[in-house]
Each structure stands twice: as structure tokens, then as C-alpha cells.
Design a protein around this ligand. Structure first.
Ligand SMILES: [Zn+2]
Length: 290
């Protein structure tokens, strides 16, 4: 997340975007479906960023509108209890001080409160390197950490330096340390399998190589968009996320998410509190996506 006053100028007007609506949708989605599986997908909330400017989330929105945004991690649970976690939230004190989240608990505490054992997290798929999604991985010391190779190489220097201001320097140094310790696995591009029934997809262009996740559940393919679609207002209004390197690619990715999903309502946006109203409660601060 970045505050609105630090946002790059929006590259394209909605007029231009609407003029190209309908072109560029991805090819045959059926060939890209992940394998059948029986994962269960949850959204677990660990806090709120109050009064966030809507314009920082949906390009072209009224500058006066502010909304409370949810801070979420997404545990995907296998029948044997193993958990693949999508994103790791944050724990570093400086982020808490700067951003002042309300109702904040650390992501591992949020999982525990929702009935998940953090020690069962075998893998963490980090959608992108921003602090509010990438910082919390060290709370899960046994987990493999998955990033796109291009994301890692674009943002994390060989010496642990931050190669771009989109990544926090402490987060960059941590990822280099974890990589050198053999904890980081690099996914190569689109539709890479993480575990049978779980694939990652690229093209969302929230960051250089941000990824989103498709998981096979009994309800069909669930798509965890993370910040590649912040809100239902992006997905349902066909509006790009405000913070993207490429608005047109982001719109294409959002359309593809809707095609990949078992049904459109199974695409889960990254920061929308409405997620916790649209799906059924399944523990404190948790809903099951189905
Ligand atoms: Zn982000």
C-alpha cells in the first residue's frame, strides 16, 4: 500500500480504458485450470487500515471518498491439515507505527484465533513484495516461501539491498537472507504449480511480477487475487487497480481471473472488507470461500 499522495500519476484515463474493453481477454481458460483437488480456501482478517482513500485503490474514484480496508491472509488447507498460506501480512513495528492499523493482530495470531495451527503452514505464496503482504513470513519458520523469480530479481539485490522503492529495505534484506538460507523458492512465470491443485498466475502488474493464486476446491477454482484486484469495485466495475505498472494488463488479468474461477464470485479481492460479509463465517475473523 502507498498513500495517495505518493502515487504515480494515473497513466490512462477511464475513457481510454473503456474504449478497449472487450479486447485482449485471455485465451482458452479451460486449458489452464488447475488439477482437481480438495483444498479449502479461507480468508482470515488480521486488521484494518481505516479511512483509506478510495482513489488509491480504484483508478479515477472520487478523491473525497475514504473506506476502511481489510488486512487479510488466505490459508488454503489440504485434507491432511497442511496449509499453504497466500501472503504473510506484516509484523514489523515500524509499519504498525506508520500505518496505524486498527484491530491488529499478527498474522500467525490471526490464524490461531481462526482455528488454524501456524505450525502446519508448509508453504507461503507471496503475491508481491509490498510490506503489508510480504513482511510477516518469519512468523512461519518452517515454511517454504514462493515468489515469482522476476519479482525477486527485480526488487532484491544480491547484497540484500532494495533495488526499487516499492520494496521496504528491511523486507528486501530479509528476503535475501531467507533466499541465501534456502527458504525461498522462485516460481517461473505463469501457471506454475506450487502443489497439486494450486497454481500461480502472472500479469496482474500490481508490481513488476505480482502473482495471483488459483486453488481447486469442492466449490470449483477459487482465485485469490491479492492486490491484483483490491476491491469488488475493481472486478465488478471493470476498473483497474490504482497502483499498477500497466492498467491495461491489470484489466486483462482481472478478466482472466473471472474466467479461471469456478464462478465469478469465487474471485477474492485483496483488501475488500465485503469479503467477510459475502462468504460464510468459519471461526473468529475468518470466512470460508465457497
Ligand atoms: Zn500491494
Amino acid at each position: 500500500m502507498r498513500p495517495a499522495n505518493q502515487l504515480p500519476r494515473l497513466a490512462r484515463s477511464l475513457f481510454v480504458l473503456s474504449a478497449v474493453a472487450g479486447v485482449g481477454a485471455c485465451a482458452d481458460a479451460s486449458s489452464e485450470q488447475a488439477e482437481p483437488g480438495t483444498w479449502t480456501a479461507h480468508a482470515v482478517r488480521f486488521g484494518t487500515l481505516p479511512a483509506f482513500p478510495l482513489r488509491a485503490l480504484i483508478a479515477g474514484s472520487d478523491t473525497a471518498i475514504r473506506i476502511d480496508v481489510a488486512l487479510t491472509v488466505w490459508p488454503l488447507q489440504a485434507p491432511d491439515g497442511d496449509i499453504v498460506l497466500v501472503d504473510a501480512g506484516f509484523t514489523r513495528e515500524k509499519f504498525i507505527t506508520q500505518w496505524k492499523p486498527t484491530d491488529f493482530v499478527t498474522p500467525d495470531s490471526a490464524l490461531r484465533r481462526a482455528g488454524f495451527d501456524p505450525a502446519r503452514v508448509t508453504d507461503i505464496i507471496v503475491s508481491h513484495v509490498h510490506w503489508d503482504h510480504a513482511d510477516g513470513v518469519e512468523r512461519f519458520p518452517g515454511a517454504r516461501i514462493w515468489l515469482q523469480r522476476e519479482e525477486f530479481e527485480h526488487y532484491v539485490g544480491a547484497d540484500g539491498s532494495a533495488l526499487d522503492r516499492a520494496i521496504d529495505p528491511d523486507v528486501a534484506a530479509m528476503y535475501r537472507r531467507l533466499f541465501d538460507a534456502g527458504r525461498v523458492q522462485l516460481a517461473d512465470g505463469d501457471s506454475a504449480e506450487i502443489r497439486p491443485g494450486i497454481r500461480v498466475y502472472t500479469g496482474g502488474k500490481h508490481t513488476f511480477a505480482s502473482q495471483y493464486v488459483g486453488v481447486q476446491t469442492e466449490a470449483g477454482t477459487v482465485i485469490i487475487a491479492s492486490d491484483n484486484a483490491y476491491l469488488y469495485g475493481n472486478l465488478e466495475g471493470e476498473r483497474p487497480i490504482a497502483q499498477t505498472l500497466d492498467s491495461l494488463s491489470n484489466l486483462r488479468a482481472q478478466r482472466r481471473m473471472l474466467q479461471l474461477a469456478g464462478r465469478p464470485s469465487l474471485v477474492v479481492p485483496g483488501h475488500d472488507p465485503e469479503v467477510f460479509a459475502r462468504f460464510g463465517a468459519a471461526g473468529v475473523g475468518s470466512v470460508v470461500v465457497r
